[in-house]
Design a protein around this ligand. Sequence first.
Ligand SMILES: [Zn+2]
Length: 182
Amino acid sequence: MKFCPSCGSGLNYHVPAGDDRHRFVCTACEEIHYVNPRVIVGCVPIHQGRVLLCKRAIEPRLGYWTLPAGFMENGETSLQGAARETWEEARARVTDMQLYRIFDVPHISQVHMFYRCQVQDGAYGVGPESSASGFYAETEIPWDEIAFPVIRETLQEYFADALSGQFPVRVSVIDRRLRSTA
Ligand SMILES: [Zn+2]
């Protein structure tokens, strides 16, 4: 951030009085511009035991498979955002959404949230950010072509949980070391 979003003046980067970390502070209007983590919301959309995956038509990881997910927008709930992304990327309407998985990724200041859900009528399509989409059973998933480690981990856990019919909410941390080896 170089210029104040409020008045357009230059910014300083320092620890404001009473704070304990560096912030962007406007040199003119003195407004403090906080930069906080971003939330990525997505779905694990299910129909008859298969999971809906999308093939990415955009970078990063173009041509690799993923669950529908993306950045949460202002003014929406995490649940609404996950449903919206699933419509945008896979043209699927989802029902019965249940929080399933949270990943904290502190080194890039992100939080990823995934909801388990059902796909209404099993209907889906291909949104503009995807080049293909479809329902996959565990043995049909292109495991070597999954876009991100968090997606692979979520899918593996889902199919393991499906055997027992128990879907506990899990929270874990992705750190640099895991990311570089995954
Ligand atoms: Zn300003």
